[in-house]
Write a protein that binds this ligand. Structure first.
Ligand code: C5P
Length: 288
C-alpha cells in the first residue's frame, strides 16, 4: 500500500518561556500557525511479522548517529497499536531543520497519522496526542490538524484559534542553526521577566505589539541593521520557535516582493523563502 502526505511547517506568532520545570522542560505560552512550506512524504507499507522501517530522502538532513523522528514515530505506533509492518518512507525535504519551523515534528506527526489511517484508526484521538508528545513537544500540534492554535504546557495543551491567510517570508540567517535544547539553555542564562501572551487576535496589524518571542534575545540577526531595515514596515517580524529562522508577515504580495528584494541584496547573509500563513488548504500558493 502506498500512502502520501504533505507535511507542513509552522511558525510561532509570539512565544513566552514562562519558566523551567522540575522535569527540565519549560512551560510555554505560544500561538502556532501552519504555513504553506511543506515536505512530501511517500510511505510504502506492507504487513509483516516484525516491524522494520527504512528511510530515503532528497537531502542529507539526518544528523549522523541519530534515529530519525519519523522512524521513532513508526516504531512507537507499532508498540501502541500492536500492529507490525515493514515500512519504507521516502521524503522530499523543503523545510530546513533546526530552524524553528517544526519540520521534524511535522514529519513525525504525518507518519503517525498516515499509519493510524492505514490500519483503520487503532489509536483514538487522545492516544494519538499522547504518542505525539512522547516524540516531541511540537508534535501534538501537527497531529490536531489545526491551522492555528494556542499552546501551553510543553506545547501539548492546545486550543484552536482563528487562522489567517497572508503572504510571508521565512528568513534563514547563514550559520544560524541552533538546537532547541541549546536555545532554551541560552535563554536560561538570561535574566528576563516571564509574562503570558495576551489573548489571540487574527488582526495581524496588532501582532508586533502583542506577540513577542523571548528567543529574539538570542538571535544575532536581530542585531543587524541591514536586516531590520529590510523588514521594517512589514506587518510582523519575529523569531519562529527557538530560531534561528525569522518569519516576516506581509500585508500583500507587493509588500512581500519589496521586502524580499531588499533581503536578496544581502543574500550572502540570509536565505529567503516565500510562503503563506495557511487558513485552509484552498487558499495560498502551495509550493512544490
Ligand atoms: O520536546 P522536544 O524533544 O522537541 O524538545 C527538545 C529540547 O528542547 C528538550 O530536550 C528541552 O531541552 C527543550 N524544551 C524545553 N521546553 C519545552 C520544549 C522543549 O525545555 N517546552
Amino acid at each position: 500500500m502506498i500512502l502520501t502526505s504533505n507535511s507542513y511547517a509552522k511558525v510561532n506568532i509570539g512565544l513566552r518561556v514562562l519558566g523551567r520545570r522540575a522535569d527540565g522542560y519549560h512551560d510555554l505560552d505560544t500561538f502556532f500557525h501552519l504555513i504553506s512550506l511543506h515536505d512530501k512524504i511517500t510511505m510504502t507499507l506492507a504487513e509483516d511479522w516484525k516491524t522494520r522501517v527504512s528511510i530515503s530522502g532528497s537531502e542529507a538532513y539526518l544528523p549522523a548517529g541519530r534515529t530519525d523522528l519519523m522512524e521513532k514515530a513508526a516504531v512507537l505506533f507499532s508498540a501502541m497499536s500492536g500492529k507490525s509492518f515493514s515500512l519504507h518512507i521516502d521524503i522530499k525535504k523543503n523545510i530546513p531543520s533546526q530552524a524553528g519551523l517544526g519540520g521534524g515534528s511535522s514529519n513525525a506527526a504525518a507518519v503517525l497519522k498516515l499509519l493510524n489511517e492505514a490500519f483503520s484508526f487503532p489509536l483514538g484521538p487522545q492516544q494519538l496526542l499522547d504518542g505525539a508528545l512522547r516524540l516531541g513537544s511540537d508534535v501534538p500540534f501537527f497531529v490536531t490538524g489545526f491551522f492555528c492554535a494556542h499552546a501551553s504546557g510543553r506545547g501539548e495543551r492546545l486550543s484552536e484559534r482563528q487562522a489567517v491567510s497572508l503572504p510571508a517570508l521565512i528568513v534563514r540567517p547563514h550559520g544560524g542553526a541552533v538546537s532547541t535544547a541549546e536555545g532554551f539553555r541560552k535563554l536560561d542564562e538570561r535574566a528576563f521577566v516571564p509574562s503570558p501572551l495576551p489573548a489571540w487576535t487574527a488582526d495581524a496589524q496588532e501582532w508586533m505589539e502583542l506577540y513577542p518571542n523571548d528567543f529574539d534575545l538570542i538571535q544575532p540577526v536581530l542585531e543587524r541593521k541591514d536586516y531590520l531595515d529590510a523588514v521594517s514596515g512589514s506587518l510582523y517580524h519575529s523569531t519562529t520557535g527557538s530560531g534561528a529562522c525569522q518569519v516576516v508577515v506581509c500585508r500583500d504580495e507587493a509588500e512581500r516582493d519589496r521586502i524580499e528584494s531588499g533581503l536578496r541584496k544581502k543574500e550572502s547573509h540570509f536565505d529567503v523563502m516565500r510562503t503563506y500563513l495557511l487558513k485552509d488548504f484552498a487558499t495560498g500558493v502551495i509550493f512544490d
